[in-house]
Unconditional design. Structure first.
Length: 63
């Protein structure tokens, strides 16, 4: 299966969506940001919820 990136334009929404879906939130000042992205890239997490203003700037072929 492929990976899924869910975008929102507001950090509060990113946090709420991530909490409801039980996935990681990824935004500019989150603690553990590097490990969250690493787990997503390495397939430990299949879904990541991110703020749309923040490009994750990675080339992940199975998104």
């Amino acid at each position: 299966t492929g990976k899924v990136v869910v975008y929102s334009s507001i950090v509060g929404k990113v946090k709420r969506i991530a909490q409801v879906l039980d996935y990681s939130a990824y935004y500019y000042n989150i603690v553990g940001k590097i490990s969250i992205l690493s787990e997503f890239i390495n397939g430990k997490q299949q879904v990541i919820i991110v703020i749309s203003a923040l490009g994750i700037e990675v080339d992940i072929p199975d998104i």
